[in-house]
Design a binder for this molecule. Structure first.
Ligand code: DGL
Length: 270
């Protein structure tokens, strides 16, 4: 397989761009193709079989039509329900997201750890199995957050409505003196400053983007797929499955803030 081929990345919407930033930071010369499944956001409220169907369809598109050499499922919910199926069906490296529970245990001082996730991830057997692995080491508080992904998708991360919603979802963590929060959804990285404001500066917030980028890098090396020689940075294409809204470029800009990614929105879905 040719090393110049792109890395395919997908999420239900723009949240996975947080992971894309980490990937671009670590592997700047790789070409990236990102699918935002905007026609089906949020995954967290979809039935399991629908999430699996969407994940297979998008991966098929990224592999067969776009010749991706590896896939990053930049969505905790899609990973929880479909990663096994994807790995069975596609013969290339498939990297997924998992709430960073183990790193949180290293950081927590009082062993009270909160996991913020979508409704889907919260009730997944993948998450219960993960927490069971660490049973007895800490108290875990899992908080499903319906409505939060949709609110974040707008690309405004600090308005009053969003603040109130986040405050509501953090109530239980506050009550139980949680000192470490695991972000179990790639959208939630964008509300890190809000969480900090509500919980106080001593709260530790654990995210997974950089770890996933490192894992991708080692898979590319292992399978001899890593690009080493290029005079320019790689390209980033973004594809939406839903209607392209007028201000979409501006919204994406907000999600990519702080990175030097130059992107193009392509209309080639379907
Ligand atoms: N970014 C997805 C995740 O990490 C959001 C899922 C959703 O659309 O509900 O879980």
């Amino acid at each position: 397989m040719h090393k110049k081929l792109p890395i395919g990345i997908f999420d239900s919407g723009f949240g996975g761009l947080s992971v894309t930033k980490s990937i671009h930071n670590l592997l700047p010369i790789e070409n990236l193709i990102y699918v935002a499944d905007s026609a089906f956001t949020p995954y967290g409220d979809l039935p399991e079989n629908e999430i699996v169907k969407r994940s297979i369809l998008i991966t098929e598109f990224l592999v067969r039509k776009k010749n991706s050499k590896a896939i990053v499922v930049a969505c905790n919910t899609a990973t929880a329900f479909s990663i096994n199926e994807l790995r069975k069906k596609f013969n290339i490296p498939i990297i997924g997201m998992e709430p960073a529970v183990k790193p949180a245990l290293k950081v927590s001082l009082n062993n009270r750890v909160g996991v913020l996730a979508t409704s889907g991830t919260s009730k997944s057997t993948k998450l219960s199995a993960l927490l069971e692995n660490h049973l007895g080491k800490a108290r875990f508080y899992v908080q499903p957050c319906p409505g939060l992904v949709n609110a974040i998708e707008k690309g405004i991360f600090d308005d009053v409505k969003l603040f109130k919603l986040v405050e509501k979802y953090l109530e239980n963590f506050k009550k139980n003196d949680v000192d470490t929060i695991v972000l179990g959804c790639t959208h939630f990285i964008y509300i890190k400053p809000l969480i900090q404001k509500i919980m106080g500066s001593s709260i530790s917030i654990i995210e997974t983007g950089e770890a996933v980028a490192r894992q991708l890098q080692s898979k590319l090396v292992e399978f001899n797929l890593k690009e080493y020689i290029s005079i320019s940075t790689g390209s980033t294409k973004i594809i939406l499955t839903g209607d392209r809204k007028k201000n979409v470029t501006h919204v994406i800009d907000q999600f990519l803030l702080g990175s030097n990614i130059e992107f193009r929105v392509e209309q080639s879905w379907g």
